[in-house]
Ligand binder design. Structure first.
Ligand code: DGL
Length: 260
């Protein structure tokens, strides 16, 4: 059966994965998409690997019930803890998202890079395997405890957010990093706040564009690119307060509350 006109499904522990959705929609405007924010269960970061796997399976089932032809795991924590199990248990292709350590490690001039991510990502086997490949570079790791919860509560610009970011970033600045890797799909929304703290020459990178390119490549490979001219739809579901998701996607789209 030709599934090329079916939607792309994306999930995250909450609203952060919309930063990935934006890049995918920019590159593939002709594709329908269904986004699921599992905000009721956020944050995933402090959860056990087994819990993250269970939640990732539930999210995948939901997106498949909406006809998704491919699943984008728009969450570093879910990718680094569950992508192997997802691929082993479902027929549909999966795109994962991992912290962009490689470009930072290749381009750094100070030989020191910072990575801000969740506990779940930084302690995962997948992440540690990647870091072990770059022995010539100092990788300053920092768990962003509390950041996802503040973002999910709509407190992007709060004083509390600023204080947490200062606490997390100052040791990295002192270690002379010239690249900061945002290893959580929520964090691109913090760039304006981060910019107020870090030196101007510091480069901030995330994985959004790379994930969008990879999604296109895999869709092509499986003959799943939607080539039919149509008005593409973009659906956004959340199992928590829709106002927070609505605020981040803007008025062009509607955040739909789901009982999932
Ligand atoms: N957006 C998720 C990620 O990329 C946040 C994880 C969490 O909920 O702690 O890791």
């Amino acid at each position: 059966m030709d599934k090329s006109t079916n939607p792309i499904g994306l999930f995250d522990s909450g609203i952060g994965g919309t930063s990935i959705w934006k890049e995918i929609h920019r590159l593939l405007p002709n594709e329908d998409t269904v986004y699921l924010a599992d905000s009721k269960n956020a944050p995933y970061g402090p959860r056990s690997k087994d819990e993250i796997i269970d939640l990732s399976f539930k999210n995948t089932d939901y997106l498949l019930s909406k006809g998704s032809k491919i699943i984008v795991v728009a969450c570093n924590t879910a990718t680094t803890n569950a992508i192997e199990e997802l691929r082993a248990n479902y027929d549909v292709p999966f795109i994962g998202i991992e912290p962009a350590i490689k470009p930072a490690a290749i381009h750094t001039k100070t030989n020191a890079i910072g990575i801000l991510a969740t506990q779940g990502t930084l302690s995962s086997e997948l992440f540690n395997k990647t870091v072990a490949g770059f022995t010539n570079v100092d990788v300053i790791e920092q768990v962003g405890t509390g950041l996802v919860t503040l973002i999910e509560n709509g407190q992007l610009e709060s004083e509390e957010m600023h204080e947490l970011l200062e606490k997390y970033l100052h040791p990295m600045i002192a270690a002379n990093i010239d690249y900061l890797v945002l290893g959580c799909s929520h964090y691109p929304y913090l760039v304006p706040q981060i910019r107020k703290i870090v030196p101007e020459h510091l480069t901030i990178i995330d994985s959004g564009e790379a994930v969008a390119r990879q999604t296109k490549k895999i869709l092509q490979k499986h003959g799943l690119l939607n080539t039919k001219e149509h008005n593409a739809f973009q659906e956004f579901y959340t199992n928590a307060n829709p106002a927070v998701l609505q605020n981040i996607i803007g008025t062009e789209y509607s955040a739909i509350k789901t009982d999932f």
